[in-house]
Design a protein around this ligand. Structure first.
Ligand code: ADP
Ligand code: F6P
Length: 471
């Protein structure tokens, strides 16, 4: 590894790929962080020499930089107040709802906004400290929208890119944010801005036109100081090769058979895999499944649902409310329809190793991906990669994945009757149709994998219209 001030590539994200977890006995353990960003960037960083600047998931002092899995990790400290104000507050109770169609009411507090600015500066300073002269710095996601501008002020020699893992909202929603113009100016500190869908990039450019009076020609936004910044779609993906190999391995295939056996060898296994987040449409999915059982269209234990609901943002009220609703509904469905010893819904509220996730994808006949809004949804791509030809994917129209995965059974999760019909259509479709759909989706993901995504992003960044000022 080169010394810590000389990295040519620096990743800046709210989270490091591992969380530091201090147990009650004071022992420190490193655990893989949740979410699609980490899944994607972990595989990008393997085989590249670079630093990753991020928070280690615990309040308090940060440890010194360390190497984990061949990655040079630079922890950024957050105090307990900053976790509450920058992460839980502004990032996840103000921005997150606005960027996801206001599914829950956003909350705005001036104290949260100040913390967001302070923490964005800290991340930018940490990146500036470990970037070599003329280095490429790749900033990630909605938690760090002010960082590109701060970084440019600190280090005009850098090439700065930013990628948004979540949707970018229509201007009518974005406008609700207090001090909204500063967010746009913060982002325009970058040379290139990447989004999941063309619509997200268009929304950003419209916001610049409407709220900053910026000139926008095609994908190029001209900033107030005359720089040209490109904002375009670069949809994220997965390590398709690696995951397919894992899924085809004998231990994973064996584990998939075992999972079905443990469920009582059902005829139909439906699967949902999500962070326990109100954007994911878990309640709508459970409602549809419950009604299919109550009408007798499906019957337990022949037809079952596995719902993996990964713990997420557990101190936030909206997430606690959702957890209560989901767990109550699972209990009701099992109470009403499951025979002794075999639940109709197997509910798993914890994290699993990659092998177990792959086995679940192999075991499931139909994958239910029903978010109300989702930037991409990597789970959809993981399922079509892992499962054989006889699978079926039910996919919400409100995900980035729906743009690419044309072979999915598309649904509007708000329309419960239509969702039920789509689930049954997917479950009962003839094998040749499933095969055609699954193969086309698998080909799409294989030819647009995470390595291609990262290379496309870095090429776009290198070719961005304005050359950085060299000092
Ligand atoms: P998000 O980024 O909103 O969480 P994505 O679907 O894009 O949603 O990415 C989620 C990632 O986390 C996927 O790689 C998925 O396999 C992984 N994942 C989800 N739940 C679990 C779990 N319980 N254990 C391990 N990995 C999980
Ligand atoms: O992809 C969206 C995202 O918010 C990522 O930024 C994040 O890593 C992931 O989901 C999980 O959320 P959190 O980091 O808040 O646990």
């Amino acid at each position: 590894m080169p010394d810590r001030t000389s990295f040519d590539l620096v990743i800046v994200a709210n989270r490091l790929p591992v969380d530091r977890v201090t147990g009650p006995d004071g022992r420190v353990e490193l655990r893989r962080s949740p979410g699609g960003l980490v899944t994607a960037m972990e595989s990008v960083m393997r085989g590249r020499e670079g630093a990753w600047v991020g928070w280690a998931g615990e309040a308090g002092e940060a440890s010194d930089p360390f190497v984990e899995d061949d990655m040079y990790l630079v922890p950024v400290p957050l105090s307990a107040d900053e976790v509450a104000d920058y992460y839980e507050g502004y990032s996840n109770a103000s921005l997150w709802p606005i960027y996801h169609d206001v599914i829950v009411q956003p909350v705005f507090k001036r104290r949260w906004r100040s913390a967001y600015e302070k923490v964005n500066r800290r991340f930018a300073e940490a990146a500036a400290d470990c970037a070599a002269r003329g280095a490429t710095v790749w900033v990630h996601d909605y938690q760090l929208q002010l960082a590109p501008h701060i970084l440019r002020e600190l280090r005009p020699d850098l090439r700065i890119g930013w990628f948004n893992h979540i949707p970018f909202p229509p201007v009518e929603l974005f406008m609700q944010l207090p001090r909204r113009e500063e967010l746009l100016r913060g982002l325009l500190g970058a040379d290139f801005l990447g989004f999941q869908r063309r619509t997200d990039a268009e929304n950003f450019r419209s916001a610049c036109r409407r709220l900053l009076g910026a000139t926008v020609k095609g994908e190029i936004v001209t900033t107030e100081d005359g720089r040209a910044v490109r904002a375009a779609a670069v949809p994220i993906s997965i390590d398709a090769d690696g995951l397919q190999q894992l899924a085809r391995s004998e231990p994973v295939q064996e584990r998939a058979r075992e999972i079905r056996h443990e469920l009582g060898d059902p005829d139909l296994v439906l699967l949902g895999v999500d962070r326990l987040d109100y954007t994911k449409g878990i309640r709508h999915r459970l409602k549809a499944f419950g009604e299919l059982l109550s009408e007798g269209t499906l019957t337990a234990p022949g037809d079952v649902l596995i719902q993996v609901a990964t713990p997420s943002r557990e101190r936030l009220e909206a997430y606690q409310t959702l957890r209560g609703q989901v767990e109550r509904t699972v209990g009701q469905i099992n109470g009403d329809y499951a025979p002794i010893g075999t639940p109709a819904v197997s509910y798993l509220h914890r994290s699993f190793p990659r092998e177990e996730m792959a086995a679940l994808f192999v075991a499931a006949d139909v994958m239910l991906v029903t978010p109300l809004r989702d930037g991409m949804n990597l789970v959809a791509k993981e399922y079509v990669t892992c499962h054989g030809d006889d699978g079926a994917l039910v996919l919400s129209e409100f995900t980035g994945a729906a743009v690419e995965l044309q072979g999915a059974y598309r649904c509007n999760p708000h329309d419960i009757d239509a969702l039920k019909t789509t689930i049954m259509e997917a479950a009962r479709s003839p094998l040749d149709e499933r095969r055609r759909r699954m193969r086309s989706m698998r080909r799409q993901v294989a030819s647009h994998d995470v390595a291609r995504w990262a290379q496309d992003f870095l090429d776009d960044l290198a070719a961005a219209p304005d050359k950085p000022e060299r000092r």
